[in-house]
Design a protein around this ligand. Structure first.
Ligand code: ADP
Ligand code: F6P
Length: 485
């Protein structure tokens, strides 16, 4: 059993996620450098955990092989989990990112299924559960995150019947028709149902999950509460499903946008681009779900059609490196870089780009300066759990200027109704939306931005975490909830 060792520290709140908030990188001289991990999960949870007393985070440090020893950072205890090269290939790049990721994002690329990948997923999930169970205080809370760890809730429940277990899925949950394609689908559902509370981004995700449980497992569902057969004394355990749209540390981002040095940096950025009249920005992990190809196609056609003048208008595309050994990501990078090269070759004025392409990370201050320098931000995801970039842009504009073009397929579209909403699959519609955004008068920008800011500033990530944990506290103590499944 993994009950806490009385001589070791335990924690009231233990977060379990595939990645730690920091990645270890080995420098040429052999020293270790820690850098912030990519993605929305870390952006959101890092700011939540900063406000928690003696919390813990269990996750992978981003490199295969011997993990670093547990260490403290930002008042939090970090417990690195070991993943060997084969785990990285089969659990992380394979089942997580070449099976689940495309399937859960509506098969934008074909998911691959391999039994060896499933075995690795099972083994890696077990390792995360084994790392989390002994460091959780008696009666404490474990909060498991995202699609890489869907078996962990049940695995922890089997070890620790005294703890509350929450799970939050940061990405979409697909329709039952698509989910049904997944080999081992019932094991995934049972794994998730080891939690007391399951959180999803959009109402449609919660409904899809409940429909899958009803259809594939035949469990009784009342409203959004699922009766899960138990063992022994408690024949039934109730699991609640709810929607919690994730957010950002809105006040912190807004405060950065008021920092005079960052404002100056935004002015400088525009100057470096040749002081164009308009700057259009895209910020994404280089992922096929983000619709970068569609965005560049629309942009290229607007230049070809003469509807955008590259002397007046510049596009910046920040495309953070991501999952670079997975085939679909390699192919995407090649295509994006070829297209950017073509657009620049045909349209860039001498000495400056039509599309400024940035394939690297920026720190938070530079990212805020970029948002402040942008007249228009394009979020054209084909499918996205939430999309925090959309919310970061809004929080970065206390001046009430700028236009957000937002895909209706991003979770953020449920809340950010005052954005220019688009179907990115319709290139003509996307082109019109871009032109409309570029031409939007200042008063109209202000009106929309005021409404968007109201939404983002009121509903920040601290509220999101508070709502989830409060609900978990209520659900996790229902009668019979401590029985193993
Ligand atoms: P995902 O979780 O799929 O990556 P989100 O839009 O929800 O997508 O979150 C992306 C997060 O990563 C945001 O906080 C964004 O600011 C950050 N980010 C994206 N690109 C970069 C970059 N090049 N440098 C630093 N942070 C980045
Ligand atoms: O929810 C989005 C997400 O997949 C997170 O789980 C993940 O940390 C982030 O995007 C970045 O992806 P990766 O960890 O594979 O680099």
């Amino acid at each position: 059993t993994s009950a806490p060792d009385p001589s070791s520290p335990t924690h009231e709140l233990v977060v379990v996620a595939n990645r730690l908030p920091v990645d270890s990188h080995t420098l040429p001289d052999g020293a270790t450098e820690w850098v912030t991990s990519p993605g929305g999960l870390v952006t959101a949870m890092e700011s939540v955990m900063r406000t928690v007393d003696s919390g813990a985070w269990v996750g992978w440090a981003g490199a295969p092989g011997e993990p670093p020893a547990p260490f403290e950072a930002d008042g939090m205890s970090l417990y690195p989990v070991r993943l060997d090269q084969q785990d990285v290939e089969r659990y992380y790049e394979g089942f997580s990112n070449a099976t689940l990721w495309p399937l859960y994002h509506d098969v934008i690329v074909d998911p691959e299924f391999h039994r060896t990948w499933w075995d690795a997923y099972l083994g890696a999930n077990r390792r995360f559960a084994e790392a989390a169970a002994p460091v959780t205080a008696p009666g404490g809370t474990v909060w498991v995150h995202d699609y890489q760890l869907q078996l962990v809730p049940l695995m922890i429940r089997e070890k620790r019947t005294d703890v509350r277990i929450g799970f939050f899925n940061h990405i979409p949950f697909p329709s039952v028709e698509l989910f049904s394609q997944l080999p081992k689908r019932n094991s995934i559902l049972r794994g998730l149902l080891g939690a007391d509370l399951l959180g999803f981004q959009r109402e449609s995700d919660s409904l899809n999950f409940v429909a899958a449980v009803r259809k594939l497992l035949g469990y009784h569902v009342e409203g959004m509460t699922i009766s899960v057969p138990g063992l022994g004394a408690a024949p039934v355990r109730e699991v609640e499903v709810r929607t919690f749209p994730i957010s950002i540390d809105s006040a912190a981002v807004s405060a950065l946008a008021e920092d005079p040095q960052i404002r100056e940096r935004a002015v400088q950025l525009r100057h470096d681009l040749g002081d164009p009249e308009k700057v259009v920005l895209g910020v994404d992990r280089l992922d096929y779900t983000k619709g970068i190809r569609h965005r560049l196609k629309a942009w290229g056609e607007l230049l070809d059609d003469g509807l955008i003048d590259p002397h007046d208008t510049v596009m910046i595309q920040v495309a953070t490196p991501s999952r670079e050994r997975v085939d679909a990501y390699k192919q995407l990078r090649d295509e994006v870089e070829l297209t950017v090269g073509r657009i620049n070759g045909e349209h860039a004025p001498l000495g400056r780009p039509a599309v400024s392409y940035q394939h690297h990370s920026f720190d938070r201050r530079d990212m805020t300066a970029l948002y402040m320098a942008a007249d228009v931000v394009l979020v054209t995801a084909l499918r996205d759990g939430m999309n925090l970039v959309a919310k970061e842009y809004v929080a970065s504009r206390p001046d009430l200027r700028g236009v957000l073009v937002l895909s209706e397929f991003a979770g953020a579209a449920d809340e950010l109704r005052a954005a220019v909403l688009v179907n990115p699959h319709d290139i003509d519609e996307l082109k019109s939306a871009i032109l409309r955004a570029l031409a939007m008068p200042a008063e109209e920008q202000e009106e929309a931005m005021r409404s968007l800011r109201h939404q983002v500033m009121e509903n920040d990530v601290q509220n999101w975490a508070h709502d989830f944990l409060e609900r978990l506290e209520q659900t996790g103590r229902l009668e019979g909830s401590s029985a193993p499944v």
